[in-house]
Design a protein around this ligand. Structure first.
Ligand SMILES: Nc1ncnc2c1ncn2[C@@H]1O[C@H](COP(=O)(O)OP(=O)(O)O)[C@@H](O)[C@H]1O
Ligand SMILES: [Mg+2]
Length: 306
């Protein structure tokens, strides 16, 4: 049996009361002292991630998604319970850099993540930090850029890129490190629809073709329909988990979590209320179209019969 890449075992985490709300990328782990009496940001969370899976974590603002993400690469460590990346316990300082090389993180704001004046330097940044041999660097960077569809832009200034291209550059910088897993924490939130599609296509391709485990945190419900598993967080807990079909048919819980159903599920539900037989398993545009054309073909057959 294949071992899980990530194992989260009943973790609870409370932020110290004297820190400010951290909406941007943290530089380092927060001090673990002065844990306040606030409700926990994470409350006994269990989660296992198999190698090669594409997971989506959904949840309204403040539900604990980023706090959970920060536990995946040891930016935070749990107060109770444990997080394992393979055989490495994130509380063990000896594994810090190995864990961060295995689990890369892309954040929300593309501009905060760019440090260099050329894309190739940007992508090579992590490799340089770990002393990667310079003779192999160019090839690594080229491959990483090709994997995110940015070949040929090596010499471009990141400032001239679109938001979607900037986020793909950030993904390439992580890919160059050959990670097992990439976590995208609302990395599409600041992008226009085209940029969001670019990122989601890149995520799917890296997962399906290159076998990289992908964890996408998002509040765009549509981004979750292609995931292998979906988790819905609410008040620091996992309220729902399962395949997209299993999760999106639980409309009451989705609404309770402060989320909306994907638009296709909403349309399917309205059609059901008007008497059309749309199965609960319909969650993508393609499925709805096939279902509706199937129904109308049947109706045509029925009318021509009569
Ligand atoms: N640095 C911090 N200090 C104190 N509380 C925080 C900090 N960061 C987040 N929180 C609180 O933890 C809870 C979960 O936040 P977060 O993980 O950022 O949620 P999400 O990413 O789902 O919006 C919220 O109540 C939030 O206010
Ligand atoms: Mg967040």
């Amino acid at each position: 049996m294949q071992k899980n890449l990530i194992r989260i075992d009943k973790i609870t985490y409370r932020y110290p009361t004297d820190t400010e709300d951290m909406t941007e990328e943290p530089e380092q782990e927060l001090p673990s002292k002065d844990k306040g009496s606030l409700p926990p940001a994470l409350d006994r969370i269990d989660l296992e991630v198999e190698k090669g899976q594409f997971l989506c974590i959904l949840g309204s603002n403040g539900s604990g998604k980023s706090t959970l993400a920060r536990h995946l690469n040891a930016l935070l460590v749990p107060d109770e319970g444990s997080v394992w990346i393979g055989d490495m316990d994130t509380r063990d300082d000896r594994y810090l850099w190995e864990i961060r090389a295995q689990v890369g993180m892309v954040f929300q704001n593309p501009d905060n993540q760019m440090v260099a004046s050329q894309i190739e330097e940007e992508v090579a940044f992590g490799l340089e930090n770990i002393g990667f041999p310079s003779e192999d660097m160019e090839q690594r960077v080229k491959e990483a850029l090709a994997s995110v569809g940015l070949s040929g832009l090596e010499k471009e200034n990141p400032a001239n890129l679109s938001g979607g291209q900037k986020q793909r550059t950030a993904v390439a910088g992580i890919l160059a490190m050959r990670p097992a897993c990439i976590v995208l924490d609302e990395s599409t939130a600041m992008l226009d629809p085209k940029g969001r599609r670019e990122i989601m296509n890149t995520v799917l391709e890296l997962n399906r073709k290159h076998g990289i485990t992908m964890i996408c945190i998002t509040h765009f419900m549509e981004e979750a329909v292609h995931a292998d598993r979906v988790f819905v967080m609410h008040k620091g807990k996992i309220l729902l988990s399962g395949t997209p079909k299993e999760v999106f048919c639980k409309s009451d819980e989705i609404l309770e979590a402060g989320l909306k159903l994907p638009v296709i599920c909403q349309i399917a539900e309205e059609l059901r209320q008007k008497g059309m037989k749309i199965p609960a398993s319909v969650i993508t545009q393609q499925q709805l179209i096939s279902c509706l054309t199937g129904i109308s073909e049947n109706e045509n057959l029925n009318t021509s019969d009569s």
